[in-house]
Write a protein that binds this ligand. Structure first.
Ligand SMILES: *[C@@H]1O[C@H](CO)[C@@H](O)[C@H](O)[C@H]1NC(C)=O
Ligand SMILES: *[C@@H]1O[C@H](CO)[C@@H](O)[C@H](O)[C@H]1NC(C)=O
Length: 404
């Protein structure tokens, strides 16, 4: 890690922080069999996303976890070409755990800027430096063996390194964020990351909030509490919901039941009621890519434009209206539980994509290693245990690649 701290002050806030409420999905670098995704795979995804029947808007954005084509050293990920062909907006990601260098990420991105020019850079709506690194380094993440993370100063240093590398390019005005679980953001030690970003990316999975009454009927309220807790600490910075969803199949998780019916309920009560066209949203997910996760989040089978459930949004909702963000923390008692539980209460999970593919190009990890195993520790923590081991090994692999 190089000391780029001095650059922090040089980082003028990107002016491009947009009020546009993007609609998109997440997209890992590999398929469910861990093989690399190529241009045609991404193109099929992006076309399906844009053509979804009865969608409450056009899903023409995508969140990537890495700039690197799976299993390559530093070739640009072929999702870029697919995005250009389909006019899909790009929330880019740089993998920052298990590595002391993001050189290959930066190199792949530079190649793409040089090769595709404006066709590419005009589509880039955001850059996330890191994904759930702080969660993996938190008490809960450690209990859950979530894998190798990175601390707040590491993230800040990588943000500055990225800014420096792209200061004179068309990407200089692209707003920079970091993605993490909600309780990573409410942890005061991580405030330096909030200070360093233009927008805050939150991954929220009420499904994994065991010990908190995570029955589907409470999912909207659990979502709101976590969202409001983050809103309470980020000041004026916009919040982007970078991952959320409810599995259609898989084992139960405390009171949470995976089913198509519940996935639809969650779509309505969280997506339609709270997010779509109101908050930049990247749903989890259009298609599954993590074979280790028993929970399947895909809303389509074989990328059919006719999803597993009707995407039509209802006009009325069952979730009680929540208090405003400023009120909620005190009224719900949520804050208390967060602190007292040491944050474990919260993490809801994340899905997980391990980004190992991102660093070093081992494509292996990339795709969402969603949490799948039972939580070892506190009931409240989300479980990403299963994937944890997988992620950790991937991260080690990635780290080795980074040394090459
Ligand atoms: C808060 O964040 C710091 C830095 O990321 C981490 O070391 C610590 O474990 C976190 N606290 C909890 C309770 O997880
Ligand atoms: C759909 O996916 C299944 C595997 O999930 C596969 O066996 C089947 O051939 C696919 N169907 C079509 C029409 O592509």
């Amino acid at each position: 890690m190089r000391p780029t701290t001095a650059l922090v002050t040089a980082g003028v806030l990107a002016s491009g922080a947009s009020a546009e409420n993007y609609l998109g999905f997440n997209s890992g670098a590999t398929l469910a069999d861990r093989s690399a995704k190529f241009k045609a795979d991404f193109e099929a995804e992006f076309k399906t996303a844009q053509g979804l029947e009865n969608a409450p808007g056009t899903f023409n954005a995508v969140r990537l976890y890495t700039n690197i084509q799976a299993y390559s050293q530093d070739d640009p990920i072929e999702a870029f070409e697919a995005a250009i062909e389909t006019k899909t907006k790009l929330l880019l990601g740089i993998w920052t755990s298990g590595t002391s260098s993001i050189e290959k990420e930066l190199s792949a991105l530079k190649k793409a800027v040089d090769k595709y020019g404006k066709d590419f850079t005009d589509l880039v709506i955001g850059m996330s430096i890191g994904s759930e690194d702080l969660y993996r380094d938190s008490e809960t993440g450690i209990i859950n063996k979530a894998g190798i993370g990175a601390g707040p100063q590491v993230i800040v240093n990588f943000i500055n390194e990225y800014k420096k590398a792209f200061a004179d390019t068309a990407l200089a005005s692209v707003p920079i964020g970091h993605v993490d679980t909600w309780d990573a953001w409410t942890n005061g030690t991580n405030k330096v990351v909030i200070d360093a970003v233009d927008w805050v990316g939150v991954d929220e999975y009420p499904y994994y909030e065991n010990g908190k009454g995570n029955d589907i009927k409470n999912s909207g309220q659990l979502f709101d509490r976590a969202f409001n807790a983050v809103a309470g600490v980020v000041g004026e910075k916009p919040i982007w919901v970078t991952e959320t969803g409810w599995p259609a199949t898989g084992p139960n998780w405390d009171q949470a039941v995976a089913s198509v019916e519940n996935a639809k309920y969650y779509w309505n009560e969280v997506g339609c009621r709270k997010l779509f066209n109101k908050v930049p949203t990247f749903w989890y997910n259009l298609r599954d890519s993590n074979p280790d996760n028993e929970m399947k989040f895909a809303i389509t089978n074989n990328l059919s434009t006719k999803p597993l459930f009707d995407l039509t949004c209802p006009t009325t909702f069952e979730t009680p209206s929540s208090t405003t963000s400023s009120d909620s923390s005190s009224s719900t008692g949520f804050t208390t539980s967060v602190t007292s539980a040491g944050g474990a209460a919260s993490t809801g999970g994340s899905s997980t994509e391990s980004g190992s593919s991102g660093s070093g190009g081992s494509g292996t990890g990339s795709a969402a290693a969603t949490s799948s195993s039972p939580v070892t520790g506190s009931s409240s923590s989300m479980g990403k245990t299963l994937s944890a081991a997988a992620v950790a090994s991937l991260a080690l692999v990635a780290g080795m690649f980074a040394l090459l």
